[in-house]
Design a protein around this ligand. Structure first.
Ligand code: IMP
Ligand code: MG
Length: 173
């Protein structure tokens, strides 16, 4: 059954904000190599777009973590489904995520990555839902702070659908 999806953040606004973030990141990392880590699958659209507009030298790696089943509520269990291909020791690491909701996934992931000896470790998220926070996470770059609603598009899914929407939408269930 098809759900109704309404536009929360239009495509032009998402693109413009990502370019702003890329400029801010390029300025702060000036002259350094940025090793970006994308959290699959949700972070893919954001990381590719962000990295295209970063002017500093950059490399990419991917990680997959599961915390949600197919519903809209976190199962609370976190598991690394796919680990990084390369070591992050001594690297300036920037984790790129689609959304921070309860914060469980990222608080677990950032602690895990910190133990691997990166030169620096920062977090960039396209969306942040601070009202829903249960675990504290230090977020360095935020695209948009949004209210408590289940959103899709730009990598975010509902039951694996809608990742390919070029805007951020709200699912009316
Ligand atoms: P957290 O551990 O509760 O912060 O959840 C993080 C993950 O849950 C995100 O990376 C998303 O994959 C998923 N998620 C949280 N909120 C939403 C939403 O509104 N739409 C789609 N996925 C979401
Ligand atoms: Mg995610």
């Amino acid at each position: 059954m098809a759900e109704k999806v309404s536009v929360l953040i239009p495509e032009e606004k998402v693109s413009a904000r990502i370019r702003e973030l890329a400029a801010e990141i390029s300025e702060e990392y000036k002259g350094r190599h940025i090793h970006m880590i994308c959290v699959l699958k949700g972070g893919v659209y954001f990381m590719t777009e962000l990295s295209k507009h970063v002017t500093e030298s950059c490399s990419l790696d991917f990680m997959a973590i599961s915390s949600y089943g197919d519903g809209t509520v976190s199962s609370g269990k976190i598991r690394i489904k796919k680990d990084l291909d390369e070591s992050i020791e001594g690297k300036d690491v920037l984790v790129v995520e689609d959304i921070i909701d309860s914060g469980r996934t990222l608080s677990y992931l950032m602690k895990d990555l910190a133990k691997r000896g990166p030169a620096s470790l920062k977090l960039c998220t396209l969306l942040d839902k601070p009202e829903r926070r249960e675990c504290e996470v230090k977020v360095d770059y935020v695209g948009f702070t949004i209210p408590d609603a289940f959103v899709v598009g730009y990598g975010l899914d509902y039951q694996q659908k809608y990742r390919n929407l070029p805007y951020i939408g709200v699912v009316e269930l």
